[in-house]
Design a protein around this ligand. Structure first.
Ligand code: FVH
Length: 284
């Protein structure tokens, strides 16, 4: 079914979203603060609106994807939201999502969905892209076929703050992995070993094997039982000492590892060195 959809914000991500909706056969009205960014989409069949309010007026579903939530609010300020469903795919804090949901529905919107996009623009409408949604279940069910044209869509719950929280948790995992990679790459480079070879042959298979342990660790976090038969915090404390001294001897700063070392030292220093690494969650 072809729907009337507005896309507000045509940066890299907003343009990819609008393009995918056009590709799926929807009637798409677009607006962007810098009007020229709408030109390629208009050439593909989108309708250009002169103001955000005009774009909203032309649509039943309003998708917003801009820099941040203050910009989102600024765009919707002058628009009549009566009967519209707003899907805000801008990255932000859970509290901002909850405030925006109340503000939008308080102005007569039929529903509010927040979304966390787990993809880069080039992945939109391609396998592997995922968007986490939370907020109005009714709105999600109504527009699920539209959202499915963008990415796999997962409804996470009625609390609008949940999708952004899970989005930020996913990014946290990603940044942790990147931090580990960068420290490892700096250490490997200090020895003159090819970093590409190290990453492909050694690190990636190792990280995949380690990632397979995470569901078990998650069960420990949920149960609060941090007993281990794998490696306890005392052993990890000693391992961290070795790591940090090696970094120093190689002339590499271990800065990204040090917060983890601190947490291990703190927990073991409290007499909990028999626990596994999952016990560190209690320190956070
Ligand atoms: N790009 C990505 O890979 C990530 C993937 C995960 C989700 N993010 C989030 O998507 C939001 C938009 O990101 P983006 O990549 O499209 O970013 P830009 O290309 O820099 O475009 C930014 C758009 O926001 C508009 N904008 C900024 N400030 C305002 C404002 N005060 N009022 C109205 N619009 C504003 C900007 O307009 P212009 O500069 O073209 O005039 C762009 O349309 C973001 O939350 C990511 O975290 C993307």
């Amino acid at each position: 079914m072809s729907e009337n959809i507005a896309v507000l914000g045509l940066g890299l991500m907003g343009s990819a979203l609008a393009g995918a909706l056009l590709g799926a056969g929807h009637r798409v009205t677009v607006w962007n603060r810098t009007p020229a960014k709408a030109d390629p989409l208009v050439a593909e069949g989108a309708t250009r609106a002169d103001t955000p309010a005009a774009a909203v007026a032309a649509a039943d579903l309003v998708i917003v994807c801009v820099l941040d939530y203050p910009a989102t609010r600024g765009l919707l300020e002058e628009a009549s939201l009566e009967g519209k469903v707003v899907a805000n795919l801008t990255t932000g804090r859970p509290s901002e999502a909850r405030e925006t949901a109340s503000w939008v529905t308080g102005r007569g919107a039929a529903g509010y969905l927040d979304g966390g996009i787990m993809a880069v623009p080039q992945m939109i409408a391609e396998p592997g892209a995922l968007i986490l949604h939370s907020g109005s279940r009714t709105a999600f069910d109504r527009y699920q076929p539209v959202l499915a044209a963008l990415a796999d869509s997962l409804f996470t719950g009625e609390d609008p703050g949940l999708a952004p929280l899970l989005d930020l948790a996913m990014l946290t995992g990603m940044y942790g992995q990147i931090a580990g990679f960068l420290e490892a790459a700096a250490l490997v480079r200090s020895a003159g070993y090819p970093v590409g070879e190290f990453a492909t042959s050694l690190l990636v298979p190792w990280l995949n094997a380690m990632a397979a342990q995470q569901p078990h660790m998650a069960a420990q976090v949920e149960s609060g039982d941090h007993a281990t038969e794998v490696s306890n915090l005392e052993i990890n404390r000693s391992g961290m000492e070795t790591l940090v001294r090696t970094f120093q001897e190689q002339g590499v700063r271990p800065d990204l590892l040090l917060p983890l070392k601190d947490a291990i030292d703190r927990r073991a220093g409290r007499g909990l060195g028999h626990e596994g690494l999952s016990g560190l969650v209690e320190e956070l």
